[in-house]
Write a protein that binds this ligand. Structure first.
Ligand SMILES: Cc1cc2nc3c(=O)[nH]c(=O)nc-3n(C[C@H](O)[C@H](O)[C@H](O)COP(=O)(O)OP(=O)(O)OC[C@H]3O[C@@H](n4cnc5c(N)ncnc54)[C@H](O)[C@@H]3O)c2cc1C
Length: 392
């Protein structure tokens, strides 16, 4: 069970009337990536979260290793996984990827990211809603510790998109649901393992992510109406593991507008989680960095809020195609007969196709983007064709 570290009682003084130049709501992957881009800008940056930084793990915490290295987060890695395996009812396939996954320690990663956020200030507060617009154009945000005001406001609060109206409400929203357990592990294994079996979950997949002294075993359903506790417990039992250390959440599977009512949205709040794979950490970093760069231009006087909102929304829209491809695959793959799916997995297993397909996938939010000297990644049509051909 999570031990709550968040300050309570007398330590929770009122924040009523606090002003900042940039107010970042949410201190997980997306919010911290935004704050990191503002380090050294001289702006007053306030980051809010209902929990202390790193207190509440939100995922299986597996991310492409090149992203962790590019952000200087290698110190949080628990286990590197150069392989992926896929099991269906009629067979299995194992791929050596052109890059590796790494499972990491959530608290350590957040602390390492926060250490790169310069003079940004952090407060624990529950963000409740958007308030009034002030005459000077700044925006009020209502929290359980009072109303805070800033001209530049970011919602990095996850799938609920708290600063939007109306909020997303499962199960009527384009959300998937996931649950996992964290049994002890002996550090063995070199693969991120995936199960695509309708007997586990009708539309979704199961996973095991080895992470040093623990494994993260879970099930995700693309159908928000399907409960995943029973399948998670069953998968853990099948893997001779105890169903202990539960953790679950919703995660989006549709890209949304990245700006609304002059607010910036990054990470799950903007649907920046790839459909099909449910991978949302690297994309939260990626879009968080893009958002932070636009905000930095404003606080340094090189742009204004309207231009930053337009540029960030345009950056977001530029990624519609890969998200749409992944969503189409999310609909098609669960409907494939298991034998056909196994045959497709065998075809993709050709090393040349693995390299190109997974190379294409990484490029949709490439780690080079973390380096400001590198241009944004371009979609490589030829690799899309190889992937589409293999799945046809
Ligand atoms: C079971 C499961 C396993 C997953 N495994 C992986 C994986 O291995 N790899 C991967 O890439 N993706 C994974 N995902 C998806 C991934 O977790 C999300 O896409 C990712 O966490 C999005 O990051 P974020 O910063 O946008 O939002 P979040 O990580 O959800 O962070 C939102 C932050 O906002 C805070 N917050 C929320 N509401 C409020 C409020 N009202 N007031 C104040 N603070 C608030 C929260 O405390 C949190 O710190 C998984 C998802 C699930 C459910």
């Amino acid at each position: 069970m999570t031990v709550r570290a968040t300050s309570r009682g007398a330590q929770r003084t009122s924040l009523e009337g606090t002003r900042a130049e940039v107010l970042i709501c949410g201190a997980s992957f997306a919010g911290l990536a935004v704050a990191r881009e503002l380090a050294g800008s001289g702006a007053s940056v306030l980051v809010l979260d209902r929990y202390e930084i790193g207190e509440r793990q939100t995922s299986a915490c597996a991310c492409p290793t090149p992203w962790l290295e590019a952000l200087g987060l290698g110190g949080s890695i628990k286990q590197e996984l150069p392989y992926m395996s896929f099991t269906t009812p009629s067979g299995s396939a194992r791929y050596r990827l052109p890059w590796s996954w790494s499972s990491f320690d959530y608290r350590q990663l957040c602390e390492l990211l926060w250490a790169q956020c310069g003079d940004a200030r952090f407060e624990t507060a529950k963000v409740e809603s958007i308030g009034q617009r002030r005459a000077d154009g700044s925006i009020e945000v209502v929290t359980d510790r009072g109303t805070i005001c800033a001209p530049l406001v970011v919602d990095a609060l996850g799938w609920r998109r708290v600063l939007s109206s109306p909020h997303y409400q499962p199960p009527q929203a384009p959300l998937s649901r996931g649950l996992e357990v964290h049994p002890p592990h002996d550090g063995s294994g070199d693969a991120l393992e995936i199960w695509v079996e309708r007997s586990i979950v009708r539309r979704g997949y199961g996973w095991r992510v080895p992470a040093g002294d623990e494994a993260r075993i879970g099930v995700g359903s693309y159908d928000p109406n399907q409960h995943v506790k029973e399948p998670t417990v069953a998968l853990a039992a099948r893997l001779d593991s105890d169903a202990v250390g539960y953790q679950g959440n919703w995660f989006p599977h549709r890209l949304r507008d990245a700006t609304e009512n002059e607010i910036f949205f990054a990470g799950d709040s903007a649907g920046h989680c790839f459909p099909l794979s449910g991978e949302g950490i690297r994309t939260a970093f990626y879009f968080g960095i893009a958002c932070g760069r636009e905000l930095r231009k404003v606080v340094e006087g090189r742009s204004d809020r309207a231009a930053a909102l337009a540029a960030y929304e345009s950056f977001n829209s530029g990624h519609k195609r890969p998200f749409a491809i992944a969503l189409a695959l999310q609909r098609v793959i669960p409907a494939l007969p298991p034998r056909l799916l196994t045959a497709v997995l065998a075809v993709i297993g050709n090393q040349r196709i693995v390299d190109r397909a997974f190379g294409w996938y990484l490029k949709q939010a490439a780690p080079q983007f973390a380096d400001p000297a590198q241009p944004p990644n371009a979609t490589e049509q030829s690799e899309e064709r190889v992937l589409a051909g293999a799945l046809r």
